[in-house]
Design a protein around this ligand. Sequence first.
Ligand SMILES: [Zn+2]
Length: 318
Amino acid sequence: MYTLGFDIGGTKTMVGVADESGTVLAMRRFETRGQLGPKQALDRMKEAARQVVREVGVSVDAIGIGCGGPLDRKSGTLYTVPNLPGWEGICLTAELGNEFGVPAYLENDANAAAMGEHLFGAGKGVDDFVFMIVGTGIGGGIIANGRIYRGFGENAGEIGHHKIMPDGPPCPCGDRGCLEALASGTSIARIARERLAAKPESVLWQWISSPEEVTAQLVARAASEGDEFASGVWHECMYHLGIGIANVVNILNPRLVILGGGVTKAGSMLFEPVRRVVRERAMPALAADVEVVPAKNGDLVGLMGAFAVAIENVSCRA
Ligand SMILES: [Zn+2]
């Protein structure tokens, strides 16, 4: 069985073909250019998909699509997606399925990534785990009893929007003090930016000409070089991330918490403090059950998720 996967992000899109074991046989990565509108952007995706299919020289059996939500999985249609303005009502499964004449399945990107880690990644063989993507925002997917847990309205897993600090900073969801507002890449950069003017001694000033240029990556780098200011911001954010994960551990009692996304590239700078907080703040019996580990699918976490969406849906129907 060969699957065609689409990982559609606000900035980047990946398209690839994989076999049933999740071996990627060909792939393309390109800018989504969603602002051009769905017609042009979809034409580019279809063309890239035709290229990878031609390159591999097989016919694909099913298509899996991971995309930022909110979306209606069953009809394959997008609602108003913040990262893809003007795409409301686009039926991705019809657009892409009709192009190749095979069934296509849609899933929100975080759930897809969790399914990908379950079939091919760090969660292989583990039936109870939580996947979290810590990048521009914070998303989550819950695997319970070996299946993705969707909840009544299919919107479960919004781990980025549980409240850590009730009157904390505003969050893109419209509320305040969510985990995402305190520990996403965007938030790490924002917190550093807000405080940087008062810290002329920070090494960050040697790398930037204005606070606008601060990124989470630069904060991590400065912290690793021993910069006191950056270290303070970084550890505050890691503390909040650890608290968020401890809450999730207490509610779901997972065997693993798998972390992916750009911020996790900080490696032990992220995992060490987060594991410590989870150990100290989750209930002891639950903390003893859980390991916090990096996603295995790395930069392909979304694309591997798209393949998993195709495979899971086909095997459900078989
Ligand atoms: Zn929020």
